[in-house]
Write a protein that binds this ligand. Sequence first.
Ligand code: NAP
Length: 246
Amino acid sequence: MLNGKTAVVTGASRGIGRAIALTFAENGAQVAILYAGNETGAADTRQRAEAFGVRAETYRCDVSSWDESKAVCEKIMADFGAVDILVNNAGIIRDNLLLRMSEADFDAVVGVSLKGAFHCVRHLARAIMKSPAGRIINISSVSGLMGNPGQANYSAAKAGMVGLTKAVAKEFAGRGVTCNAIAPGFIQTDMTAGLSETVKETARAAIPLKRMGTAEEIAGAAVFLASGLSSYITGEVIRVDGGLCM
Ligand code: NAP
């Protein structure tokens, strides 16, 4: 479905980003795997992607840094020669009630998710516009759609990604580039592994499908948005949340 395409996936050393990179590779795309510090996880994603017979490379990149993300995007362009698909997946949480939330924790979360997505779009925009079917996919969250107590920083960043998605969709549509967001619900990854069993049980009870999702279920939506099957969809937010936020 993605034969001959080159995809850049941020935060692909584990969790949802890894599942997206591997599903893209399985569907024939070569992948640039970006990670923050987990070199072993990124190398594992690369090995597993290569097993599908595609080229895969890893790049350490703190996406919250303009300079670092610019240098890495230039290196990816030099290595692969073209970029067709960008997935802005890197994200962190620093949960706290608003009255206790520090400026540093607000800035860190917005810096990685929202500003990081801006940086990568900004640095790869010209390359993606040259693709015959450029695709930008931003991984938002249901927290950004409905707000979540204890996550003012994260909800703001993820809601910001929806605005970014729609603005970019309108700006790039004339160049044949689509830009969409995925809003996952509760997904089993390191990000949710630390939640108490009580919190998880309460979450499961509120989800119509009565279970947490898997990273592969997010990857399924990502491969659809990256492929020709979604060619007339842009500026959309697809919830993949078991019905939580309907
Ligand atoms: P995860 O398992 O915690 O993985 C986070 C990924 O982001 C890792 O690859 C990490 O790299 C990378 N990363 C962190 N800080 C970075 C930085 N400054 N620069 C570049 N990369 C950075 O998270 P996940 O659950 O897979 O989540 C992936 C995305 O889905 C996030 O945007 C998250 O907000 C969103 N999401 C998740 C859920 C959920 O329930 N899990 C729900 C809604 C939305 P290292 O491994 O190198 O640290």
